[in-house]
Design a protein around this ligand. Structure first.
Ligand SMILES: Nc1ncnc2c1ncn2[C@@H]1O[C@H](COP(=O)(O)OP(=O)(O)OP(=O)(O)O)[C@@H](O)[C@H]1O
Length: 221
């Protein structure tokens, strides 16, 4: 589903050059749930951003769903990303001025869809994460776990085949973190969604199919 070959990422400023990823090879199968762990600064977010086509590697190739993405232009990349990928972040990244339902509908605005279709799909996604009773709330009126569930609904509303999650339970206490993890496990098991999750939590990582450890930009396991 996702194939990375010999990925390198160098960040350059005027004075410093950082080798954030050093020759990563990875083959993630359709329906797999992979977690990525490693110390702060080892390149986890960089790797996830490259997989999510939010950032380009300095070297190497990426194939997603059997399509090479390396020569895609920005517009094509944005469309591909919108159709194939759903993103979840540690700090939710919701729009505070929009109600829950409107937040969840956002990715659908970039597709051909009617207002009625958007409403139906967003309502369905919110049902899936158990938040149908909060659709008119604003993010500030929700707990951290509820906000993350809204973010998951937004990530799945377009029915992406792949979800990329950067420390999705990092801001939550363990009970709420477990709830979020259960939703991700269900999406993987029931819908066959391929999931890649960066985490600092060994217990969460143990629940996934495979664990990849990074150290200083290289894969160590
Ligand atoms: N935009 C940037 N410009 C320059 N250096 C960067 C940039 N982004 C990341 N880096 C460097 O690349 C390395 C990897 O960073 P990255 O954010 O991927 O690590 P991480 O494993 O996700 O860390 P954390 O667990 O703390 O979030 C770090 O040394 C970091 O300082």
């Amino acid at each position: 589903m996702i194939q990375l070959q010999n990925i390198e990422k160098v960040y350059r400023t005027d004075t410093i050059q950082t080798l954030a990823l050093n020759g990563i090879n990875l083959d993630i199968e359709k329906g797999e749930f992979l977690s990525i762990m490693g110390p702060s600064g080892c390149g986890k977010s960089t790797l996830l951003n490259i997989m999510g086509l939010l950032d380009a590697p300095s070297k190497g190739s990426i194939r997603i769903d059997d399509q090479s993405t390396i020569n895609m232009k920005d517009k094509e990349l944005a469309k591909f990303r919108n159709q194939k990928l759903g993103f979840i972040f540690q700090s939710y990244h919701l729009i505070n001025d929009l109600q829950v339902l409107d937040n969840v509908e956002l990715p659908l605005l970039y597709r051909d869809s009617t207002a009625k279709q958007r409403r139906e799909l967003a309502t369905e996604a919110l049902e899936k994460v158990g938040l149908s009773n909060r659709i008119k709330h604003f993010p500030k009126q929700l707990s951290g776990g509820q906000r993350q569930r809204v973010a998951i609904a937004r990530a799945i509303v377009g029915r992406p085949e792949i979800i990329l999650a950067d420390e999705p339970t990092g801001n939550l206490d363990s009970a709420m973190g477990n709830e979020i993890m259960d939703i991700l496990l269900q999406l993987n098991r029931n819908d066959g969604t391929t999931i890649v999750m960066v985490t600092h939590d060994e217990n969460m990582a143990q629940k996934t199919h495979r664990l990849m450890r990074l150290f200083d930009g290289s894969q160590v396991q």
